[in-house]
Design a protein around this ligand. Structure first.
Ligand code: TRP
Ligand code: SF4
Length: 519
């Protein structure tokens, strides 16, 4: 990833990786080692979308967004839209209390706080059940670190009056939701998604459904767009949560043309035929199924979908094609299905297991389905969205790793140690000062530049751009550059730690249980 870091000029554009890399460079494993060598693969192989594509829709984007540190997303648009329109939205992320919070966690803390400042309902949680079951942490260790994460989150500006902090182990409502979601999750999926097998403990599996519940928890009061800011290693969880959110829905809304069902590809063909034929006589007479079959056989290119569509249409015979929206009963109670039938206004037709409406458009139908579901005891979940930040490079060049203190800066590091670590960091500098003046430094490969971009420049884009420019043009030499970064880091740590102390009182007043009382 060192060859591919963002900078102020060219935020988020992944550079060529320059070398042949195996497919194994990118494995999204929430509990494994989380290095990403090639961010492009995340777009191509995993379907994560580029953040740059939604950037323009975000009102006053966060500097991590502007600088391409937040490089990817899933379905962030509804969240950005809610933000623009002043509608409800939420953000939630979780932290495994396996060690001290470090500057990588600060990215997520800042993302949560930013969404809170934009008017979101924001949740921060301590993933203690996960730390215990997936990482084997003892409850004593967990208690010790849990408090520390919360203190840093508060110190950075999280408002606990507006938002909610909780521990998984203490939240009964969360665990109840996890149980419900578990009824829609299958072991075979866990095998496929996480590589679980016969040796995986049941508690570990339970921690997965607990995380699914975390992700959907902000929607317990009412459905709303929700963003989960995380590293890309958490993407498998996000995908599963999006699936489960959909599987829990009472109704599924689709478009249809006749009493029978079509799949997406067939529906597209039938829509085409219908429009062409209805146009021909200005909608004067009904378009019959059999006519549409004839039309398709003549006009459409051969394909499996075509043969299927034609066969289905032939079976429909003289039934007229009429566009409609269809509400499927996928999980609804009888009462909810009855209530839905009642609630559909205008012309409708009721079948076994579905209702067709001839007057509603798709969007209105979706809204109605959700409303009826919520009123009748369902959740009405909106599939959760996510944003993904880049992993920071370790100060020693490799991966930032909590087992290697010199590679990362803990938010609890003594300011002087923080200073020393920056001074000792690997850089993207040249062998000699002379060479550096001539060729410029390699800011894109420099962990120190990353510190400027991800943290030390704060909101000041000009400063970040200046460091970058001065570096690559050879005006800036590593010694003084590191000195400046080290001083800024020490200042940041000192101030942050003061604020942590101030936050202690705040934390005591909150009803977050800090002693689990578990052994
Ligand atoms: N699994 C996450 C981690 O390893 C922690 C976590 C638990 C989480 N629940 C969450 C993250 C909900 C985001 C949303 O760090
Ligand atoms: Fe990194 Fe600064 Fe050296 Fe450039 S001058 S390579 S940014 S330490």
């Amino acid at each position: 990833m060192a060859d591919d870091e963002p900078h102020a000029e060219d935020a988020g554009a992944p550079a060529a990786d320059g070398g042949a890399k195996g497919a194994d460079d990118v494995a999204l494993d929430p509990w494994g080692s989380s290095t990403v060598d090639d961010y492009r693969k995340l777009f191509e192989e995993f379907g994560i979308e580029e953040f740059d594509d939604v950037l323009g829709e975000v009102p006053i984007p966060h500097y991590l967004m502007r600088r391409g540190v937040i490089f990817g997303h899933r379905d962030y648009r509804p969240v950005a839209e809610a933000m623009r329109e002043g509608e409800e939205f939420a953000a939630l992320s979780g932290f495994m209390p396996t060690g001290d919070p470090h500057i990588g966690h600060k990215l997520v803390f800042d993302e949560l706080i930013w969404h809170q400042e934009r008017g979101g309902d924001v949740y921060g949680l301590i993933a203690d059940l996960e730390a215990h079951s997936a990482r084997g942490m003892t409850w004593d260790e967990i208690d010790e670190h849990a408090e520390s994460y919360l203190l840093s989150l508060l110190a950075l500006g999280f408002d606990p009056e507006e938002g909610e902090l909780y521990r998984q182990s203490e939240n009964q409502e969360l665990q109840d939701l996890a149980f419900e979601l578990g009824s829609k999750a299958r072991f075979s999926e866990f095998e496929a998604i996480y590589g679980f097998d016969g040796e995986t403990s049941v508690s570990h599996m339970q921690s997965v459904v607990t995380q699914m519940a975390d992700i959907l928890y902000p929607q317990l009061d009412e459905p709303k767009p929700t963003v989960i800011p995380v590293g890309p290693d958490q993407d498998p969880h996000v995908r599963l949560a999006r699936d489960l959110a959909t599987r829990m829905r009472f109704f599924k809304v689709t478009e249809a043309y006749a009493s029978f069902e079509l799949d997406d590809a067939e529906r597209e063909l039938v829509a085409h035929a219908y429009e062409a034929l209805a146009d021909e006589d200005d909608g004067e007479t009904d378009v019959r199924c059999a006519e549409a079959a004839d039309w398709l056989e003549e006009e459409a290119p051969e394909s499996t979908a075509l043969w299927d569509a034609v066969e289905t249409l032939r079976a429909g015979g003289k039934e007229p094609l009429r566009p409609r929206v269809r509400f499927f009963d996928r999980n609804a109670t009888d009462e909810a299905f009855e209530a839905l039938i009642e609630a559909v206004e205008g012309e409708k037709r009721v079948y076994e297991g579905h209702v067709d409406s001839f007057d509603l458009d798709r969007e209105a139908a979706e809204e109605l389905a959700r409303e009826v579901e919520v009123e009748n005891g369902g959740y009405g979940f909106v599939p959760p969205s996510s944003i993904y930040h880049r992993f920071m490079t370790g100060l020693t060049g490799g991966k930032m790793s909590s087992s290697e203190p010199a590679s990362h800066i803990s938010l609890l590091d003594d300011p002087e140690d923080g200073y020393d670590k920056v001074k000792a960091a690997t850089t993207g500098g040249r062998e000699t000062a002379e060479e550096q003046r001539e060729l410029g430094g390699k800011a894109d490969e420099c962990p120190v530049y990353e510190l400027y971009a991800y943290l030390l420049s704060g909101d000041d884009d000009e400063f970040a751009a200046e460091v970058y420019e001065e570096c690559v043009t050879g005006e800036r030499l590593c010694g003084s550059c590191k000195e400046q970064a080290a001083e800024l880091m020490a200042e940041f740590l000192e101030e942050h730690q003061e604020k942590r102390e101030e936050a202690r009182e705040l934390l005591e007043d909150l009803d977050v249980e800090l002693e689990s009382g578990r052994a």
